[in-house]
Ligand binder design. Structure first.
Ligand code: HEM
Length: 400
């Protein structure tokens, strides 16, 4: 892996992501171009229809390895990168390697197993939220939303304090791995942060392989089907996949809950936060806007001919508001039944941490609402990138 001094530029900056209101832009795109269309600028097919999105994510003949697409390979090569910083783990693996890696930890990410972690997650949420002062402005993203998921996964992986510190100190750089943004000053910091993290994880993984404990890293390390570098790649993936995603969902959901005047706010209407509420937040406000695939075969998709090697960007955030599937798609309605939202993906790569993310968000939002927060006017600023839609910062004041 190497870097050069090429100008920083987005790898996947699609026109609608530059719009102020991305959801209006998705709608316009859907209306003008249909469910599947080719974007010259990014040389990618964009899928915005729900049924087609599901077809791609659950179908055969698709690769999750970005390097299987010549367009991605060329873009990365233009920046002197020949290896993916977050490669080597299950997220970018295809069968049979994908099943082998995911199989090592699948059993502890089931909703049943995750439910047993609830009291530990409650304790971490209490630490993060209960001691904050009332009647003073609190910057929510850095004080609660980002540290909370880091603390949960660090405890489950049983990371030592130095590795946890590194994870937290370099989180800003590491999150760019999930942003689809590649460029000189972005990659240098990010690649350095990634190398530092791998260097911390390697000895930890080796020692847990010899003497396993009952933590998540030991479970990965004890699986002899995985080479040690695969243990490290997947542990690092687990360590960072849930940060900005969970933090962003907390931020987006809190804005939705608190926007409006007293009495008209969603927070004042819903009472306790339920699992169905969290699913509706994921449908409407899930931070990842899209996931990528490469077609490994020539195929017809919704009337368009896609050749092997072409890149397909499945815009899950647009599919989640497809009016053919979701009535009144922009409305918050937790009583929706039937179609599953795609905010956590779909098919074999559907978010491994889905149950944990939902539990964390439900627990944290419930505790936050107990403190009777108000949103400080004009305090919400968005993250400057496209693939993860979330607040960069937002300020609340607790009334108790
Ligand atoms: C609200 C929070 C989260 C959101 C919105 C989210 C979203 C997603 C999405 C959309 C995917 C599918 C990627 C694809 O199809 O290419 C994914 C995969 C994944 N997520 Fe999450 N995620 C969240 C939290 C977490 C947490 C807390 C963890 C772990 C602790 C986690 C671990 C993973 C892993 C390991 C994968 C790869 C699964 C595979 O390739 O089989 N995620 N996530």
């Amino acid at each position: 892996m190497r870097t050069d001094t090429a100008d920083s530029r987005p790898m996947l900056m699609w026109a609608p992501w530059r719009a102020g209101d991305v959801f209006a832009a998705y709608e316009q795109w859907r209306c003008e171009h249909g469910a599947v269309s080719f974007d010259e600028e990014t040389q990618s097919w964009f899928v915005v229809g729900y049924a087609t999105a599901r077809e791609v994510l659950s179908g055969e003949g698709w690769s999750s390895d970005p390097l299987s697409s010549p367009v991605v390979r060329d873009t990365l090569a233009a920046h002197g990168i020949d290896e993916l910083p977050l490669g080597g783990g299950m997220l970018t693996a295809d069968p049979p390697d994908h099943e082998r890696m995911r199989g090592a930890v699948r059993d502890v990410f089931t909703p049943h197993y995750i439910a047993q972690l609830a009291s530990g997650v409650e304790a971490i949420a209490a630490d993060a939220i209960d001691l904050l002062p009332a009647g003073e402005p609190v910057e929510f993203m850095t004080t609660i939303a980002r540290p909370f998921p880091v603390a949960v996964i660090a405890e489950w992986l049983a990371l030592d304090p130095a590795t946890t510190r590194l994870l937290w100190d370099r989180a800003d750089e590491l999150v760019r791995l999930l942003d689809g943004v590649i460029g000189a000053e972005l990659t240098v910091g990010t690649l350095e942060a990634m190398s530092a993290l791998v260097a911390e994880f390697l000895p930890l993984a080796a020692s847990r392989r010899e003497t396993p404990g009952d933590d998540l890293l030991s479970l990965l390390a004890a699986d002899r089907e995985l080479a040690l570098d695969e243990v490290v790649a997947n542990a690092v993936l687990l360590a960072i996949a849930g940060h900005e995603t969970t933090a962003g969902l907390l931020g987006n959901a809190l804005v939705r809950l608190l926007a409006g005047a007293d009495g008209t706010r969603l927070a004042d209407r819903i009472g306790a936060v339920t699992p169905a509420d969290v699913d509706e937040f994921l449908r409407l406000d899930g931070p990842p806007q899209a996931v990528g695939r490469t077609s490994t075969v020539d195929r017809c998709l919704d009337g368009r001919f896609i050749t092997a090697g072409e890149r397909v960007v499945v815009v899950v955030a647009a599919a989640n508001r497809d009016p053919d599937v979701f009535e009144r798609p922009a409305e918050f309605d937790p009583s929706r039944r039937g179609s599953l939202h795609l905010g956590l993906g779909f098919g074999r790569h559907r978010c491994l941490g889905a149950a944990l993310a939902k539990l964390e968000v439900q627990i944290a939002l419930t505790r936050i609402l107990d403190r009777d927060p108000v949103l400080v006017p004009d305090s919400v600023s968005p993250r400057p990138t496209s693939l993860l839609r979330a607040p960069e910062s937002l300020t609340v004041e607790f009334r108790r």
